[in-house]
Ligand binder design. Structure first.
Ligand code: AHG
Ligand code: MN
Ligand code: MN
Length: 334
């Protein structure tokens, strides 16, 4: 593969001018995320060791509580982003409310808000299965120099200026977009450098994988049940293969490479599904569309939805364009 030797650092500098505001700040922000990714990667990798080597109880030698990895990842990302003087606000799955940065300093020029799911797929941590981090970046709407407000965070996904994820898998990758396609970088852990390993990633037009928690089948809307039956039917290139990791990042990553659809529909027990619009669905939707895929709530484009709450949930159908369109067809007909 070409470009194997290009590092993420070089790529960020080379592509800085592609970004429409082009002040270099977004590049600094991606750099901060790159750094936080390495720190969290280190923590994730030794997660098993902590149990083996950890002292009795849940406190470490300094008497601090040993923290769950999603809390730790949250702290590492927030710390790293705060220190850069680019971000004016952060919202996170792990924080009830958004965090305002530099709100006392009227001279600050920080323009960006970041929304994160610091550790996605946290039920997989204890069993050594791939987890991830998801991030979404917007320019603030309110004037610089003033404290951020909720409306800076409640922007529809189509306003995102960048989004991406880190997957802590058999290798660690950072995959992101600034609206000019999707590029994937693999970490060489020996020297702590990300290399461009997957330039211009694209969802295949269609695929053979469907990813859904079928344990919830009985609670799904009729349209989803019908689509699942369609996936399982022996006809043409079907039945499809079922693959569900339970980490959105990992399921998405596999489907983008191989072709497939990920679904987390609403159900009779969860009227809005499970996944969060702002820091799970919107960033994944931006990546999907930039990679020639599609993301929908079953009826409309995810990135058109006007959010009303920081932690709101939304049904999610995402992946290869033709497959998502087919699922939407079943939803419309039910
Ligand atoms: P998180 O660990 O950030 O709470 O997210 C978990 C999400 C998503 O990653 C995954 O696809 C889904 O929840 C799994 O949910 P089920 O266990 O209900 O299938
Ligand atoms: Mn998540
Ligand atoms: Mn999470």
């Amino acid at each position: 593969m070409t470009n194997k030797n290009k590092t993420l650092g070089e790529f960020i500098i080379e592509n800085q001018t592609e970004f429409r505001y082009s002040t270099g700040e977004l590049s600094k922000l991606i750099n901060a995320i790159r750094l936080a990714a390495k720190v969290v990667n280190h923590e994730v990798n030794k997660a098993g060791l902590v149990d083996i080597l950890g002292t009795a109880g849940d406190t470490n030698i300094q008497g601090e509580n040993q923290q769950k990895l999603d809390v730790l990842a949250n702290e590492k990302f927030i710390q790293t982003l705060k220190n850069r003087e680019i971000v004016c606000g952060i919202a996170s799955e792990e924080e009830d409310d958004f965090i305002s940065i530099n709100s006392q300093d009227e001279n600050h020029q920080n323009k960006y808000v970041v929304l994160i799911d610091p550790l996605d797929g946290s039920s997989n941590i204890d069993v050594n299965v791939s987890v991830g981090t998801i991030f979404s970046i917007y320019r603030r709407i309110t004037p610089v120099g003033t404290p951020v407000t909720l409306e800076d965070f409640l922007q529809p996904g189509k306003k995102q200026v960048a989004a991406g994820y880190i997957i802590y898998g058999t290798s660690t990758m950072l995959v992101y977009t600034t609206g000019h396609g999707v590029n994937g970088f693999t970490l060489n852990p020996a020297i702590g450098t990300f290399y461009l390993s997957h330039p211009n990633m694209q969802f295949p037009e269609t695929g053979k994988i469907y990813s859904v928690n079928e344990g919830n089948y009985i609670h799904f809307p009729q349209g989803v049940k019908d689509y699942i039956k369609y996936c399982q039917k022996e006809e043409g290139d079907r039945p499809y293969t079922s693959r569900y990791i339970g980490s959105l990042v990992s399921d998405f990553h596999r489907n983008m490479i191989k072709g497939g659809i990920y679904m987390y529909p609403k159900s009779s027990v969860a009227q809005k599904g499970k996944l969060r619009l702002l820091y799970e669905c919107n960033p994944m939707a931006f990546l999907a569309e930039q990679a020639n895929g599609k993301a929908s709530d079953g009826f409309q484009r995810i990135m058109e939805i006007q959010p009303t709450e920081l932690h709101e949930r939304v049904p999610f159908f995402c992946g290869s364009k033709k497959m998502v369109e087919k699922a939407e067809e079943f939803m419309a007909n039910s």
